[in-house]
Design a protein around this ligand. Sequence first.
Ligand SMILES: [Zn+2]
Ligand SMILES: [Zn+2]
Length: 361
Amino acid sequence: MKISQAYSRPARLLKVASWVIAIAFAIFLNMLGALVIRDLMYAPHGGPPNAEQFSDAVTSPLDVQMHDLQLQRDALNDKIENTRIAQERAVKLYTEARESFRNWIATRQATGDGRNDPELLARTRQLDALQASVAGWQKQQNALLDDARPIDARMNQLRVQIATARQAADERYQAASRRYELVVFGWRLALTLPLLVVAVWLFIRFRRNRYWPFVYGFGLFALTAFFVELVPYLPNFGGYVRVIVGIALTAFAGIYMLRAFQKYVERKRAELEQSQTDRARSVDYEKALSAYQKKLCPSCDKPWHLGGDQVSYCIHCGLNLFKVCGCGGRNFAFFPFCNQCGKPVSDDSAVKAEQQGTQSR
Ligand SMILES: [Zn+2]
Ligand SMILES: [Zn+2]
């Protein structure tokens, strides 16, 4: 039992301050880690691949061709539209002329006027000319449509080519993205895994060291680095990797916990096999105090007050819990001084008390 371990006020303050230092240390290490990772992420081939890079290289010459063809096609369309309008007008003119000719013929037959033969000829010629103009416009329109046909065919062909090229480019882009993800993950793994290993090693070896806040701070940093900087970047592979990592972590945590519990049980059993004095010595002063406040036996962690207010020994494991001083004062066995006379409760008296205890039992 070391009195210096008592939980005095400064000791508690030191503990709080140490934790503040551990957390601040972890935060600053995390900020440093984030900076390093940010700068590293620019390293693999200048950032993540983008989809346009891949499709543009192949499709842009095709797109240029397509654009040229479209311009040609638009020009042809304009011409076709113009000839269509001209033809419509010619048809209208022709129909009107034919109507008036019919009327004229009808009047002529009714009046029996036979002298206008030259006019008949002239009118017929004019009508023929109008009809020829209609046919001419139709012919021009047909020729233009003939011109448009190969352009349309070429455009359709180009459309198919562009679609195929886009698909191929997309596949290449997907592959590049997967590769990039792997590279990024590799970098992150190479950075975080050693940190985690070092943190575990530090924790196992130096967690009770005088400089433990730094060990804990580093451990917190490694843990956050693992969960923030590595886990979200696990490559997917259809969800397999994440699930497998989850299973591995749970199994690891479960095995560690069960082994720790087993060790605790074994330690307790070994403690119970020790003599009273050895067991009393193996109990930490702080632990004894907190157990006293909770009315638990500091050795077997079970409640002693079930045995009544005047217990001297633990009713579960037999540890000496209360001693009577030479002055008659009753003390918790782990208090260093008597609460009535202030004389030290020495180990000798503990041995004596134990002997008395065994005799009286
Ligand atoms: Zn006990
Ligand atoms: Zn006393």
